[in-house]
Design a protein around this ligand. Sequence first.
Ligand code: FES
Length: 97
Amino acid sequence: MLELKARKVQKVVEIESGLSLLALAIKNDVDWGFSCKRGSCARCRCFVASGMEFLEEPTEAEDIRLEPEELERGYRLACQATVKQTGPITVIHKPYF
Ligand code: FES
C-alpha cells in the first residue's frame, strides 16, 4: 500500500515495484509537482513518513541534489526514488517552495 499526499490530492494507490514515486503519482492522477524528472530541480522533493525500507537506496542524483541531513531525515526526490518491494509506504510532497 502506498499513500501519496500532495497539495490537493491524497490517495492510497497500488504499488508497482520498479516505478518511481513520481511515476506512480502521475499514473494515479495525484497532483505531484515536478519538472526535470532527472533529479536536478527538486520540485518533486518529498518526505517519506514511513516505509523507507521498501524503497531503493538514493540515486547519485539525490546524493548530489539533497543535503546529507535531508536524506538522513527521510527526504527523497520522487522522480528518483523507486519502489523496491510492496509494503506500507507513506510519502508527502514537500518541495522547497
Ligand atoms: S522532477 Fe526534478 S528533481 Fe524530480
